[in-house]
Design a protein around this ligand. Structure first.
Ligand code: FAD
Ligand code: PYC
Length: 403
């Protein structure tokens, strides 16, 4: 009998590891895969392996709520997030893979006077940097999001920051699109291959130990989000990063009722509607360090309770499923992209609760660094030594769910 599920072309190759690569990237999340893609595409470096302990995109890249925006405060952050947002605009065409980028607009609510002032400051910074964003009144907010209740009893909506060119994309597709394109250019993506050790001699890194054997390299880029501290420990240095669970949940699908993304950061709740009709909901990060990739009842209750004041209509919705991912949080809520104390070992981490939006820009900047051996302008401010030099890049307001 005819079968529909035979003869499909594999999207990427699944090779056995070679003995040696010019560069190895640990972690096949969005950032690792984008780094591999831009190494091949922009720098012609294709003798590269991306080594992944599980399945590609199975970490935070496949667990996030897909919000894309660039309304950050500091010049270095705006540069990398806006580079990223603009790369997202035609990423489907670049990868020839539909990542379902949907620039539906992102609205950050102001529900205290303090938050209102913070968004005013961000708006001025965005304007100076040429990032399109708009301060909006409660009346305008009601036009943008008719289902919102602006006059809530505890935290009425006082205004907001609207980024019309922000939006969402299909998270898995971002990973799959980069993977397919990188693989087609010769990058080996090796799944089910956990890195268990980092080999080094007096001059620096010499290779890695994995569950599929030893692999040699002189350039190792660690891109493992919540596991960054574990990998840094293997390589012999420490990171100022904490690993915390961030949870999310989705409701049953309903008819289209909200065509933008809304973030209510004072109460720790945010929401958008997926193409399937589910309300995609998230809140704050867990208040304790852990490596447990799952959700908890307490979190559902806290997050939904917080959002119901602003969106009373969700009180009748059934929640379908919840999950968690382990995010890598730095003290200033900004990422780390840089060289490390071990020659030949590079790090890309610290994206915390907000790195999905950064995947293209981060991959671009990290590929520059791995190719040249040192970061160029986009990545340079995010070096590891900013923590010893006291050069913090404070993004606690823009990080929103992680403040
Ligand atoms: P990951 O996708 O986690 O990839 C790292 C990979 O490394 C994993 O696949 C892991 O298996 C692998 N790995 C780990 N250890 C090893 C090892 N020893 N050997 C080999 N491989 C290893 N960001 C936004 O911008 N917008 C959002 O709306 C948003 N919402 C979020 C909601 C939730 C619930 C969560 C959890 C995160 C959210 N984020 C959001 C953050 C975003 O998901 C992350 O910052 C981003 O996905 C990090 O990508 P990554 O490639 O660095 O990490
Ligand atoms: O960084 O925009 C963000 C975000 C939203 C939800 C989680 N992170």
């Amino acid at each position: 009998a005819a079968r529909y599920h035979t003869g499909w072309e594999r999207a990427w190759r699944s090779p056995q590891p070679k003995a040696e690569y010019d560069a190895i990237i640990v972690g096949a999340g969005g950032h690792g895969l984008a780094t591999a893609y831009y190494l091949a595409k922009n720098h012609g470096i294709t003798n590269v392996a991306v080594v992944e302990k599980g399945w590609l995109g199975g970490g935070n890249t496949g667990r996030n709520t897909t919000i894309i925006r660039s309304n950050y405060l500091q010049p270095s952050s705006m540069a990398v997030f806006e580079k990223s947002r603009s790369l997202y605009e035609d990423l489907s065409q670049q990868l020839n893979y539909n990542i379902m980028f949907s620039p539906r607009g992102v609205l950050m609510l102001a529900q205290t006077e303090h938050e209102k002032r913070a968004w005013e400051r961000t708006w001025h910074a965005n304007r100076i940097a040429g990032i399109e964003s708009e301060l909006v009144t409660p009346e305008r907010i009601k036009e943008i999001v008719p289902i919102i209740e602006t006059g809530g009893p505890r935290y009425p909506v006082l205004g907001g920051l609207w980024q019309p060119r922000g939006g969402t994309a299909r998270h898995d597709a971002v990973a799959w699109g980069y993977a397919r394109a990188a693989s087609a250019m010769g990058v080996d993506i090796i799944q089910q291959c956990e890195v268990t050790g980092v080999d080094r001699d007096a001059d620096g890194v010499t290779g890695i130990q994995t569950t599929k054997g030893a692999i040699r390299t002189k350039k190792l880029c660690i891109v493992v989000a919540g596991n960054s501290g574990v990998l840094a420990d293997m390589a012999g240095f420490r990171l100022p990063v904490e690993s915390v669970a961030l949870q999310a949940l989705v409701s049953e699908p309903i008819k289209p009722c909200m065509d933008c993304v809304v973030m209510a950061n004072t109460v720790h709740g945010y929401m958008s509607q997926s193409d399937k009709g589910e309300m995609v909901i998230g809140g704050g990060a867990d208040g304790f360090n852990n490596y447990t990739q799952r959700g908890s009842f307490q979190h559902i209750e806290e997050t939904v309770r917080a959002l119901i004041e602003t969106f009373p209509m969700i009180s009748r919705l059934k929640m379908l499923r919840q999950w968690g991912g382990i995010v890598d949080m730095t003290g200033d809520r900004s990422p780390i992209i840089g060289t490390t104390p071990v020659p030949g070992v590079f790090i890309n981490c610290g994206w915390g609760t907000g790195g999905f939006k950064a995947i293209p820009g981060s991959g671009w900047a990290t590929a520059e660094m791995v190719a040249d051996g040192a970061p160029r302008a986009l990545a340079a401010p995010f070096s590891l030594d900013r923590f010893t030099e006291g050069r913090m890049i404070d993004e606690s307001v823009a990080a929103a769910v992680a403040h």
